[in-house]
Design a protein around this ligand. Sequence first.
Ligand code: SF4
Length: 697
Amino acid sequence: MTAVPTHCPYCALQCATTLLPADRPGAVEVRPRDFPTNRGGLCRKGWTAAEVLTVSDRLTTPLVRNADGELVPTSWDEALDFVADRIRSLQASDGPDSIAVFGGGGLTNEKAYALGKFARVALRSANVDYNGRFCMSSAAAATNRAFGIDRGLPFPLTDLGGADAILLVGSNIAETMPPAVAHLQRAQEAGGLLVVDPRRSATAGLTGALHLQATPGTDLALVLALTHVVLQEGLADTTYLAERVDDADALYRSTSAWWPERAERVTGVPALTIRRAARLLAAAAPVHGGAGAFILTGRGAEQHSKGTDTVTACINLALALGLPGRLGSGYGCITGQGNGQGGREHGQKADQLPGYRSIADPAARAHVAAVWGVDPADLPGPGKSAVELINSLGTSGGPRALLVHGSNLLVSAPNLASVRERLAALDLLVVADVVPSETALLADVVFPVTQWAEEDGTMTSLEGRVLRRQAAVAPPGEVRSDLHVFSGLASRLGCTAAFSTDPEEVFEELRLASAGGKADYSGITWSRLDNEELFWPVPAVDHPGTPRLFADRFGTPDGRAHVVPVDHRPVADDLSGAAPMYLVTGRLLQHYQSGAQTRRVPELAEAEPEVFAEIHPRVAAQLGISDGRPVELRTARGAMVLAARVTTDVRPDTVFVPFHYGGAGAVNELTNDVLDPVSRMPEFKACAVSLRAAALP
Ligand code: SF4
């Protein structure tokens, strides 16, 4: 092995790394590589990523559950034969939709593409969705309806470095993607870093940051008030609104009732602070001679039953200030999962086909069907979104089998008691993973699959930058790519469409399928990626790519951005009764998503070994709870006991719990699976909770 350039296996920043040979079989050493986004930096997850390759409980052979209920090793052929037989039998009795497929935002573009094709062509099932529905679907829905295109950042991340003001709504990038903080420096120094978060996160605590510590679930009201100030104080970019925006009057109508004093009563953020923040943001806008301003959202804004509307309010504020499409300014979503962006472009989402096309669009169906060599009429229509799909498992008329790739539902989905019940009602659960995750341990069949340093492929970062992932080591034991699962099952099911196991061949097909779509990869080749920086869309092999979108027109039919009027509404749970406090969930520096990987890395696990609840000292005193002592949290979904971490970082009405832990430490036992009506995103980020002192179990 020589030095292999690739990218971190974790978050959407996709920091550049070089893998060097290590002294153990299958092991590598990770070194940071200079790259525009991470500038030679890595966070501690990236530095220790090599550990995941050689964890002691790595899955190395297919497993099948025997008559005694134990998962025992088997061969690939036997496992594939068994799964194919069960699929055939279930589909014969219950039809194509009796099989469901659940994907993940960490899969490579090639795997995500193959997964969607497998569901629709080999299984002929509409029931396919993925865990990105839990991640950034509200931002995707909001940007699609405002701009006609959803690309997390429609500009390079490095553009942030030239801005005098950046409003971060519900994004804790100092913990989730620390190297990105370097791009905030100018805004910090200018006093223009504005952080909306109910918790004093590491990002809210950055030097120079103005923290707007809003009540959970009130970001929308706060942003409406910021827009109100901009409009009432004559700070809007009226020329931009006239030239580039439809129905700008809706901005005035939808924010007129949100004067700062009213917003203060709802959000808890002082009216003076709201005015100050609005003026800081406006002063940085080009219309006022500023160097530039950005508004960025993260999961804190998006994971609500009104997440789409909250992002829409942020976009409306950006439009009022004339930011989107202007060099050095804009609105963007800080995508979380490693391939959260690419994962939603290639057809593993219930309502989409490759190229970010709508599955309901006859022209899109015809194009993709031609690439796949099938009749468009044979392609299923839109399926159920993730939570709706899970809730239908094992019900009358619902799917009876589920294939899960790259997702750990028993940690990451909301209302876990319900998820467990639905998974238990299945006739067949198949999980492809690299380690025995909580979900894999429940499966009937487990396929051991390759991970980042063992595979070639592409990923798409939060900026829409397409990146090469390169294999540096051979996978251990009987480990194979997810592409082998799709190919092996498709051929056993008698499907004649091609399911290549060569990722570059899959990418070549993806290029054809995406051609002409919003996320057009048709001009990208792996060899180009080895030598060029390419941001989609890239519609021809001699096209230079599109680092910045919307410079001249938006992606809507008329080329103008659309204002969608929105209004605040409370969280879905009732806080007036026995559960009077807000529970919010979030991330830690040391862990990634469900923690299936990072909880197995000794250095990370030792630093944050178990779940905890941050509670305010005043609440702790009322309940007689001291730091480190057990506290019981109870919501309408369930209860858990965990150690209290007493801190003034949280509001007195708020409890914060990280969601990276499984089993008794899984906070999603408590979260609410009520959905945003547009994006179908569950309300992870705010629910009603009661607290009391408890004994540790
Ligand atoms: Fe970079 Fe994210 Fe990996 Fe950390 S987890 S090294 S921020 S890509």
